[in-house]
Design a protein. Sequence first.
Length: 237
Amino acid sequence: MTPDRHRLHDHLLDPSGGLVYHLRALRHRHGRWAPFHRVLAGWLAGWQPGRRELVIVGPSAGYGLPTGFLARFGRVTALEPDPLARWLLARRPDAGRLGFDRLDCLAGTDGLARLAAAHPQAAILFSNVLGQLPAPGGDWRPLLARHLAGHAWASYHDVISTTTAPKPDCAGLGVSDDGSLEAVLARFWPGGTLPLTDHDTFRLGGERPRRYAVWQIARRRWHLVEWADNTGAAPHG
């Protein structure tokens, strides 16, 4: 049994999801969210971690997960604090192998170590959650490198958010870039000063290849989203 201090408690109002997010999804998932979701589907199609087990951290109701994605794995475990999201996620057509765990792997500097110990042979997908929650100790990078180096993991996460519109031809554009943050931003936004919120996740996977896309999450709110992954060690058995 998971000790209470490590237990994922229910939240209907949460910085990375909750009721506001469900309402946005209901309104925008087939409209202004669709270009980013197409890019995300391409990223996920190209991610082949070579594991039969998947753990998804913070999936909400899986609005961004393409149809059939969960069925790629023999076992899927979701760590999700929102009870409405869990209910909706379990009713996806591809959720036949889905279960839920109450481990809070994002609390405390040893949270990712607990995740690795609980699911030693799983691939791990952080579903737009690391850019929403502050890292214990201030930085997710060393925690990922220390505790999940042997795991196949991937994350898509907010790098910056802004109320300034990007270039008009950026909808649905996904790019690979190993430059500075300024260079990446210049691929999507016109020159000049860009007022932004920094989510402290740029180059989350270290020097590994990274991909980027812009997500218009609301009428006057855009996020730069990064995709990073780690191949991990070969599975045992």
